[in-house]
Design a protein around this ligand. Structure first.
Ligand code: GTP
Ligand code: MG
Length: 236
């Protein structure tokens, strides 16, 4: 198997630093969220190239509290509990996510949002896409500007239950790639149809197989905000 040795440590680092200088924040606080089992923790481990977050082996949601991981001192990634654990747990977790999106700090007598941007890790082949869309639309897009949100489709290898994955070259065959492209477009269209919000086309990758991690990082860096969230001007 060809393993993609993409190293996020120095990737576009000068650009990231310039963006943060413009914003005047150090580090940028990024919430990472998704339905349970979508692969948030695996994604963090892949980005950091080492085991930083515990990955679930069974069906118990591993991430119950909030942990933060610092990537080269510039990006602080907040791993959050996933939705999809029953209605009551989902209510508690949704509230945690919304509270985090409304957490503020005061700097130069202005009130800013603590979380600067959000990465939503989704699993395109999940049986329960309802929870995924509920998370994206009702929890996240209701509470932070869409330009600050990156949707990333994990488990590209499993999008067609493993069919079309070329494990020799660690990449999708053309057929699977076309499928993944269509799936990304379909998610964008469904969000627009349900709430009228235009999001950037989701990126697809595989955290476990280290596939397309560079595109994933590109999507994050390209979506980096250049100003802080002023929570007194915008209610979200
Ligand atoms: N096939 C495949 N499996 C993956 C991939 N990424 C993660 N997984 C598996 O998906 C399962 C769940 O991964 P986690 O990273 O624990 O998911 P999570 O979103 O952090 O889950 P919670 O913390 O419980 O909400 C694990 O068994 C991972 O090995 C991938 O790209 N492909
Ligand atoms: Mg986790």
């Amino acid at each position: 198997m060809t393993v993609n040795n993409f190293n996020s440590e120095n990737y576009r680092l000068t650009e990231i630093k310039e963006n943060l200088d413009k914003m005047g924040v150090y580090p940028l606080d990024v919430m990472i969220t998704g339905v349970t089992g979508a692969g948030k923790s695996t994604t963090l481990n892949t980005l950091f190239n080492k085991e930083v977050a515990s990955v679930g082996l069974g069906c118990d949601p591993m991430t119950m509290n909030l942990d933060a991981y610092n990537l080269h001192g510039q990006l602080r990634l907040w791993d959050t509990p996933g939705l999809g654990d029953g209605i009551n747990q989902d209510k508690i977790h949704s509230k945690k996510l919304i509270d985090l999106l409304h957490k503020t700090y005061v700097s130069s007598s202005k009130t800013h949002g603590f979380i600067d941007m959000v990465i939503i890790v989704i699993e395109g082949s999940n049986r329960d896409m309802g929870t995924t869309f509920q998370l994206i639309i009702d929890v996240i897009l209701e509470n932070i500007e869409p330009e600050r949100v990156v949707i990333a489709i994990n488990k590209a290898d499993m999008a067609k239950k493993g069919r079309g994955w070329d494990s020799q070259n660690n990449e999708p065959t053309q057929g699977l790639e076309d499928f993944l492209e269509a799936q990304a477009e379909a998610i964008k269209i469904r969000i627009k149809a349900s709430c009228g919000i235009d999001i950037k086309k989701p990126v697809y990758y595989s955290a476990d197989n280290h596939y397309n991690i560079q595109s994933f990082m590109d999507a994050i860096i390209d979506a980096m905000p250049l100003s802080r969230r002023n929570l007194l001007l915008h209610s979200a």
